[in-house]
Every structure is written in structure tokens, then in C-alpha cells.
Design a protein around this ligand. Structure first.
Ligand code: CA
Length: 391
């Protein structure tokens, strides 16, 4: 059996009045939920997520874990329907659960939203989960850098959350537990204040997981503490049987949920359900019209977008990349480079350009014009002959 040691700390931070984050650290299940929504919505949503995950003391499969997350999603949706004051509430959820599947010890991870899970293993720290956030998509498409994303005004807009729609899209990972590995689950209150390098340093210099969690939260508060901060540190102390030769890549299975939400229209343009704003600021809602595009394959089909850094300053374009399917992007590489149409204030000139397009004439060779002139001349002569005969 895998032996774990863990520590968990949650803090309201230096600015907020209430803590909307939820946290669970049980024998084999660890959860961070970052609630959002006005009134008490954020706290209620994250508390529901944590309660649902705590109902089971042990999970037997990653599917069971996903089903529990989906039940929590339904519960958040139902509660919001019952109580108008809670309308629009939502929560992120990242969870790590140790389980045995077919006699194999596994660590299973599920993620919805922009809370994160990192793996700290010999010599490196990596973010395992993808952020389901607007800025993550912008960084991926090359519109802004990761540094710009940290201060972007829409950095709190998530594109997936519990309490938004059904069915809920859940990313999953199955990992090999290896003694010495350290996992970090956290809300964005940590990652918006500290760089990955700063986080890594604190994790390395603090052996005890509870002390490490406390040190991270303290550092985030010292750096500004502008949001609620929640950290869970989980150490793999021992595994049974011991992994004789641990794989370099701990991931044995990974499922990135489908990329286009059901409620997105045919063009992919944004009727998106819901956007939730982790700040709880209602004015931001509705902007997160970007369906999730977490598949790594999808990224490789969009190389040209990285050449358009200026797009970052055009917020309305944030909804544009979704308008094309992956296939569409691959077969129409030049569409991204087309100059934008001017605002249609001059409707007449636009109509002329659209409906009377003589550009095809330019493709004609001169001999064609000569032939055309000859035919016209013949036709005119024939007409004159007919007219003279009639008259
Ligand atoms: Ca937050």
C-alpha cells in the first residue's frame, strides 16, 4: 500500500473578507476547490465540492472519482436553482486520490478549472494540470506570454467550473506513485503571487509537508495575498511493492476532456455556458466564451497564431479562435494573416467590393480580350444585318 504524508493550509489572504476556497485532506483523498460567485455563493459551491468528495473514504477507479465530481457539479447546479441568491456560483476542483486498481497502486488526479497540481520529483517541478482559463488559451495561442497572463485583467476568468453546465468536462490522470515524489495542489491565490521557481524553492527547503504548506501560504500572503490561498502538499513516503525502477514519466494514463462544450454552436462561437469569474466579480461573467482546448494535439495545428502578438490588445478577438475547428485551422493557415475588415461605416463601398468584384479580369490573358472583342464585333455586325433586313 502506498504510504502518504500530507499537510494542508487555507488562508483568506490579506485583501479578501471571506475565504471562498475549500480544502480536503483525508487519508487518501486531497482536494482544493476555489469557489466563485457573489453573496455566499463561492463558499457554498466550494464547500459542496469538498463535501461530495469527502463522502467516499476510498475510490476504486478514476471513473468513480470523475462520477463523484459530476455529482458535486449537479449538487452545485441544484442548490443554485433552489436559492436565487446563489445563482451563478461555481467552483474549480483539483483532486488527488490514492487507490488500488486491479492490484496496481495508483494516484489519480481530476481537474476542472484553474486550480493546479504540480509534481516535484528529482530535479524538476512540473505543472501536471492544464488551467481551464481564458488567459491559458491566450498564452497557448501565442497572444500573450505567461508573464503577461499573470497580470492580465481577465486572468481570473475560468472556462470550466463546477456549477456551470452538464455534462461536466473533467481531465484525468493516472500516475505511478514513487517514493520521494511530492505533489502540490493549490488555488490560484498561490500561483498568482509566487513564481514556479519560488514555489519550488520553498518545497525543496521544507521537508515536512505541513510546514511546507504553511510556508507557501505565508509567502503568498507576504507577496500580496490578494486572493484566498489554499495549499495541499502530499508526499509519497513509501510504496508497496517498491518500484524497482520508477518510470521517468509518472503518467500512465491521461484523458483530456473533449474540447468543445456541448452548448457551443456549430461555429464554436460563444454561447458558452458560463463563465465564472474567480474573483466573484459578476461583471466579468459571460466573457469566458472560449471552449476548452486542452488537447496537446490541437496546439500543434496552430503555429501561425504565435506571430500575432498584437492580438493580445484586442479583447474581442479572444472569442475568435474558437470559431474554427481544428481541421479548419489546419487547412486555412492564411486566414489568420488576413487584414481585418474596417468597421463597416461605409456600407456602400463595402457592398461594391463584395458584389462587383472585377479582380477575375486580371487573370485573363490579352488574347482572350482580343477574342472577346472579335465575338462582340461579329455579333454587332449580325445584329445590323438583321435590323437592315427587317427595316
Ligand atoms: Ca482564487
Amino acid at each position: 500500500m502506498t504510504t502518504l504524508a500530507w499537510g494542508a493550509v487555507t488562508d483568506t489572504g490579506r485583501i479578501r473578507d471571506v475565504n471562498q476556497d475549500g480544502v480536503l485532506s483525508a487519508e487518501s483523498v486531497f482536494v482544493v476547490a476555489d469557489g466563485m460567485g457573489g453573496h455566499s455563493g463561492g463558499e457554498v459551491a466550494s464547500a459542496i465540492a469538498v463535501e461530495k468528495m469527502a463522502e467516499k473514504t476510498a475510490f476504486n477507479s478514476v471513473d468513480e472519482l470523475v462520477e463523484t465530481v459530476r455529482r458535486a457539479n449537479r449538487e452545485v447546479l441544484d442548490r443554485a436553482l433552489d436559492d436565487r441568491a446563489l445563482y451563478g456560483m461555481g467552483t474549480t476542483l483539483v483532486a488527488l486520490a490514492a487507490m488500488t486498481v486491479d492490484d496496481t497502486e495508483l494516484l489519480c488526479v481530476v481537474n476542472v478549472g484553474d486550480s493546479r497540481l504540480y509534481l516535484r520529483t528529482a530535479g524538476q517541478m512540473m505543472q501536471l494540470t492544464d488551467d481551464h482559463s481564458l488567459v491559458e488559451g491566450m498564452v497557448r495561442d501565442g497572444w500573450i506570454t505567461a508573464e503577461e497572463a499573470k497580470v492580465h485583467p481577465q486572468r481570473n476568468v475560468v472556462t470550466r467550473a463546477l456549477g456551470v453546465e452538464e455534462p461536466l468536462l473533467v481531465d484525468t490522470w493516472e500516475l505511478v506513485p514513487v517514493a520521494g515524489d511530492r505533489y502540490l495542489l493549490c488555488s490560484d491565490g498561490l500561483t498568482n503571487e509566487l513564481s514556479d521557481t519560488e514555489i519550488e524553492e520553498i518545497l525543496d527547503e521544507t521537508a515536512d509537508p505541513q510546514e511546507a504548506a504553511a510556508a507557501l501560504v505565508e509567502a503568498a500572503c507576504a507577496a500580496g495575498g490578494r486572493d484566498n490561498v489554499t495549499v495541499v502538499v502530499v508526499d509519497v513516503v513509501d510504496t508497496e511493492p517498491t518500484e524497482p525502477d520508477p518510470p521517468a514519466d509518472r503518467v500512465v494514463a491521461n484523458h483530456q476532456a473533449e474540447t468543445v462544450p456541448a452548448s457551443t454552436d456549430a461555429t464554436g462561437n460563444g454561447t458558452v455556458p458560463a463563465s465564472a469569474d474567480a474573483t466573484g466579480n459578476g461583471a466579468e461573467q459571460g466573457r469566458a466564451t472560449e471552449p476548452d482546448r486542452t488537447t496537446k494535439q490541437g496546439r500543434t495545428t496552430e503555429p501561425d497564431r504565435t506571430t500575432e502578438p498584437d492580438r493580445a490588445t484586442e479583447p474581442d478577438r479572444a472569442t475568435e479562435p474558437d470559431g474554427t475547428t481544428k481541421q479548419g485551422r489546419a487547412t486555412e493557415p492564411d486566414t489568420a494573416a488576413e487584414p481585418a475588415e474596417p468597421a463597416s461605416t461605409e456600407l456602400d463601398s463595402l457592398s461594391w467590393r463584395s458584389f462587383v468584384d472585377w479582380s477575375w479580369l486580371r487573370t485573363w490573358p490579352p488574347s482572350w480580350f482580343a477574342a472577346l472583342a472579335f465575338i462582340v464585333l461579329l455579333f454587332a455586325m449580325l445584329l445590323m444585318l438583321v435590323l437592315s433586313a427587317v427595316l
